[in-house]
Design a protein around this ligand. Structure first.
Ligand SMILES: *Cc1c(COP(=O)(O)O)cnc(C)c1O
Length: 388
């Protein structure tokens, strides 16, 4: 099945629910068993079937089944946020004395988790240049257990040579985990490129409507038991209403992403031609570092990208952003509405230095009409120039 068909059909069985198209939301803590034998038999397979609310309900399993099919993995684990999915995927495979390799362009809370909590647990992290490719081999040590990727980085948008890095990792017995939120699982097939665990902040495109927090880690049969056991041991359980919203979001995600892509590219190309703009950081544009890799490995782009402006005082940037009418100021992305934030990439890296001195922005192009978004930005640049 192609991806849009998977998104439409996987994870629902109307005949099991009176013919109703969508699976119902099961709210559960307690699950009862008819006999002692059946109660105790369920202990033998603690992460299979419906046995206690924390290990999942039929709503959770429907969501996990659909995401696993989308990503191309054997199974998925739903978690209460994208960051929880990252934390559980790392904690499942790391212990005191282990070493972790993390791309320098990683989502900032991932870096904070490694720098503070994993370090306190005795797990050492080395950050590496996202453009390193197979050169990552020089950083692998006997105690390296996981390499963590994010491509493109959700702040600076460099593309990583995922197959080259994953090949080095596999040869060394190191697990490759990747934050695949930007592609939404639609535009990059992690398991075809050597990734072992694909993680998404389902909060973003899967939910798609800015109204629920949800994460998901997809992996192979060989690794999923450890991910499930870790999630359960730490007490993480995705709420059934949020899994329902994730499942509902998946049904329309294909056409939504196509629209985000089209609008994002129109806005990015318009920005590229503006005199105030130094560089547009959009992997589908040939000027973006790693564009050739995007062309080789990805089949599309979402509407999230960055812009580096020519040197300007902060007051010009705030004058531009404060007056925008359609682009709202806010974290997160992937919803139907456009968002913009100022970004400070130089502060969030240690293995590489950010080469640009001008202010930078991150835009999420939503489902509005591209002409209206461009007009909003055009008025923004008028305020920017008036404030110089
Ligand atoms: C938002 C985000 C996350 C975290 O997801 P939450 O659901 O907000 O915890 C992880 N990775 C990336 C790239 C993100 O943008």
């Amino acid at each position: 099945m192609k991806k849009n068909t998977i998104l439409t059909h996987v994870g629902r069985r109307p005949q099991d629910h009176h013919g109703v198209v969508n699976p119902p939301v099961y709210h559960a803590s307690t699950v009862t068993f008819p006999t002692v034998a059946e109660l105790e038999a369920s202990d033998a397979t603690p992460f299979e079937g419906v046995r206690y609310g924390r290990t999942g309900t039929p709503t959770t399993f429907a969501f996990e089944e659909a995401v696993a099919a989308l990503e191309g993995g054997d199974g998925a684990v739903a978690l209460p946020s994208g960051l929880a999915a990252i934390a559980v995927s790392l904690l499942a495979f790391l212990k005191s004395g282990d070493h972790l390799l993390v791309a320098d362009n990683v989502y900032f809370p991932t870096r904070r988790l490694c720098r503070k909590y994993l370090a306190e647990f005795g797990i050492e992290t080395t950050y590496f240049d996202p453009l390193i490719g197979g050169g990552v081999a020089d950083l692998v040590r006997p105690e390296t257990k996981v390499v963590f990727l994010e491509s493109p980085g959700s702040l600076t948008f460099e593309m990583m040579d995922v197959p080259a890095i994953a090949e080095v990792a596999r040869a060394a017995g190191v697990i490759t985990a990747m934050d695949n939120t930007w592609s939404a699982g639609l535009y990059f097939k992690p398991f075809d490129h050597g990734v072992d665990i694909s993680i998404q902040a389902a909060t973003k495109f899967i939910v798609g409507h800015s109204d629920a927090m949800l994460g998901v880690a997809t992996t192979s049969n060989a690794l999923i038991g450890k991910v499930k056991a870790t999630a359960n041991a730490f007490g993480y359980a995705a709420a059934p209403d949020d899994c329902y919203l994730g499942l509902r979001g998946l049904r329309s995600m294909g056409p939504r992403l196509a629209r985000h892509e089209e609008t994002g590219l129109r806005v990015a190309r318009w920005l590229e031609a503006r005199p105030e703009v130094e560089l547009v950081l959009h992997p589908a544009l040939s000027s973006c570092p790693g564009h050739e890799i995007w062309k080789r490995d990805f089949t599309g782009a979402c509407g999230l990208f960055g812009v580096v402006l020519r040197d300007a005082p902060k007051r010009a940037v705030t004058a531009m952003l404060d007056g925008l009418e359609l682009f709202a100021l806010g974290y997160s992305w992937g919803g139907f509405e456009s968002l913009i934030i100022p970004t400070y990439p130089a502060k969030a890296r240690t293995a590489t230095t950010w080469p640009h001195s001008g202010p930078s922005l991150r835009l999420h192009c939503g489902l509005e009409d591209a002409d209206d978004l461009i007009a909003d930005l055009e008025q923004g640049f008028a305020r920017f120039n008036a404030a110089l």
